[in-house]
Design a protein around this ligand. Structure first.
Ligand code: ADP
Ligand code: MG
Length: 312
């Protein structure tokens, strides 16, 4: 039944567009982005720097208005951040200081979501949940390690048990050994609370570990989306394939990844054809002059004239 399907979807982003007017033109930070996240599901959004990942997070939080499109969270349209927002979505940024107030003690930081909603929180319980020694409650964020600070930020995000947690590159600023701990923590939290996770990253290895589905973004567009294993083993978009080939493997972990061949075009460029054509080994004249269409024929959808698994 239609209503049942609708209630299964926690986050629904339909044809979202975000444009920024900058000197010399316009940046299409989100270009007709459609994604859906089901309850309890972990969706990864991956792509190189500048492809629109943070803009997407800001749209879902109501911090960034769209020029067109519709965003619904838990059945309600997202317009701007409103009272009670922390009950609907918890946010963890790459820099913990962006998620938590640097001049407050941990106790106050973790209590704030409760206070704003007229509730009293069990701070010790939250600290235990995120693996922070409750003895640290009276410390300031700068007195904690980077990993501990990110645990505090996660504690703040999950305090009110929102159905959705968004993490924007939550481990990018952390040491490798700490990254694994934070990933495990996020995985445990998702399992224990049943929340959905929108996990933004350029690190494909962590995504494979954590997420059920993946959406690959390039220059403001989602170019491929599907179940994680399917996308990893059968990438249909040439960009996804290069991203996978450039990602560190377990053997090369800790080394800098090889960048995808070629340069990302100036984001102000107005395209007539496929946005990836200038970097694509398979691009034809047709690709350069015609926008890429969604191809739904293979195992999962891809925005490409000539998907890698097609006969042509
Ligand atoms: N407030 C802004 N004003 C102008 N351009 C912006 C603004 N925010 C983001 N952009 C541009 O939008 C594009 C997407 O940025 P962003 O969402 O931060 O990408 P990502 O998080 O994937 O690195 C980039 O070209 C970026 O420079
Ligand atoms: Mg970003």
């Amino acid at each position: 039944m239609k209503t049942e399907i609708a209630s299964d979807v926690l986050l629904d982003v339909q044809n979202a567009n975000v444009r920024f007017d900058v000197g010399g033109g316009q940046i299409r930070a989100l270009d007709d982005v459609t994604i859906q996240l089901k309850r309890g599901e972990a969706l990864a959004v991956v792509g190189e720097s500048g492809c629109g990942k943070t803009t997407l997070a800001r749209v879902v939080l109501g911090l960034q208005t769209t020029t067109s499109g519709a965003v619904t969270l838990d059945g309600q349209p997202v317009v701007s951040p409103k009272a009670g927002q922390a009950k609907r979505v918890g946010m963890v940024w790459q820099d913990p200081f962006a998620s938590i107030e640097p001049l407050w003690k941990i106790r106050r930081i973790l209590d704030e979501p409760f206070r704003l909603n007229g509730m009293t929180g069990d701070i010790e319980k939250i600290m235990n949940e995120v693996g922070l020694d409750p003895k640290l409650a009276d410390r300031f964020p700068h007195e904690l390690s980077g990993g501990q600070r990110q645990r505090a930020a996660i504690g703040r995000a999950i305090a009110l048990r929102p159905p959705l947690i968004i993490c924007d590159e939550p481990t990018a600023a952390l040491d490798l050994s700490i990254q694994a701990q934070i990933l495990n923590l996020l995985k445990d939290i998702q399992r224990d609370t049943g929340c959905s996770l929108l996990y933004i990253s350029h690190d494909l290895l962590t995504v494979r570990y954590l997420c059920d589905r993946i959406a690959v973004m390039y220059m403001g567009q989602v170019v491929e989306t599907g179940p994680t294993e399917d996308v990893f083993t059968n990438p249909r978009h040439p960009y996804t394939k290069s991203l996978l080939e450039s990602a560190p493997s377990l053997e090369t972990l800790g080394q800098l990844p090889n960048p995808v061949e070629g340069e990302i075009p100036d984001p102000k460029v107005v395209f007539t054809g496929c946005k990836f054509a200038s970097r694509c080994p398979k691009a034809t004249e047709h690709c350069k002059s015609h926008p890429a269409p969604w191809d739904e024929r293979g195992s999962h959808p891809v925005l490409c004239h000539f998907p890698l698994d097609s006969a042509t």
